[in-house]
Design a protein around this ligand. Structure first.
Ligand code: ZN
Length: 221
């Protein structure tokens, strides 16, 4: 912990002064551009991957980047989604899975989770993705099956997201867009789900049109 305390002191002395105006502005309120739902895995650094600043991303993290389908039961993920969409009015929601995900490995082999009953139950929200992989991935090797599971889990959680009333409402009025990503820890690459083609494409291919518009000074979509 002294390492992190020293880090805070360095932040105050070296980093904060360079961004003083930003932090002062942020003290008045937040207007994040995206709700970013990703895994708790320590190897995912959201600001670094997206090159974003404080105030840009409203972040929800849990084991397996899971969004339980909406029920009348109140949970932390449900409340954060409701707040981000209805109060902060985020225009984008990203669900970002990642390679080497321990949660997805557990979902694939739940018998290994007997000593972790809460993890096992939580990963039940990925069961439909596991079933898809079992049905479609019979002839695939372990690595390909895991890749398919990472992707199918993101697609499944996007479906769960649509069951949340405020998300459904914002989708119906065109006020929010949903995005499914997978981050590759080893290569640093990110693929993004293309719902029309029903497959994951490199992020620069998936967002080529939007990125061109952003580069030319237009409004980013
Ligand atoms: Zn993970």
């Amino acid at each position: 912990m002294p390492r992190f305390a020293a880090g805070v002191v360095r932040f105050q002395n070296e980093v904060y002064p360079q961004k003083k105006e930003l932090f002062e502005q942020l003290s008045k309120g937040q207007e994040p551009e995206a709700l970013f739902i990703t895994c708790s895995d320590s190897r995912i650094e959201t600001a670094m991957i997206t090159q974003s600043e404080p105030g840009d991303l409203f972040i929800v993290r849990n084991a397996g980047n899971i969004v339980p389908p909406h029920t009348s039961h109140t949970g932390g993920v449900t409340a954060a989604i409701e707040f981000a969409v209805a109060a902060l009015k985020v225009p984008h929601i990203v669900i970002c899975g990642h390679t080497e995900c321990g949660a997805m490995k557990g979902a694939m082999n739940p018998e290994g989770l007997n000593e972790l009953p809460h993890v096992r139950e939580w990963l039940g929200y990925s069961k439909a993705a596991v079933e898809i992989v079992n049905a479609k991935g019979k002839d695939l090797g372990d690595q390909e099956r895991m890749k398919l599971l990472l992707e199918q889990n993101v697609v499944l959680q996007l479906q769960h997201l649509k069951t949340h009333p405020k998300v459904a409402m914002a989708l119906a009025t065109g006020d929010v867009q949903l995005h499914g990503w997978v981050y590759d820890i080893k290569s640093g690459g990110v693929t993004a789900y293309d719902s029309q083609e029903d497959k994951f494409l490199p992020v620069d291919v998936r967002y080529a049109a939007e990125m061109a518009k952003l580069a030319s000074g237009g409004c980013a979509a």
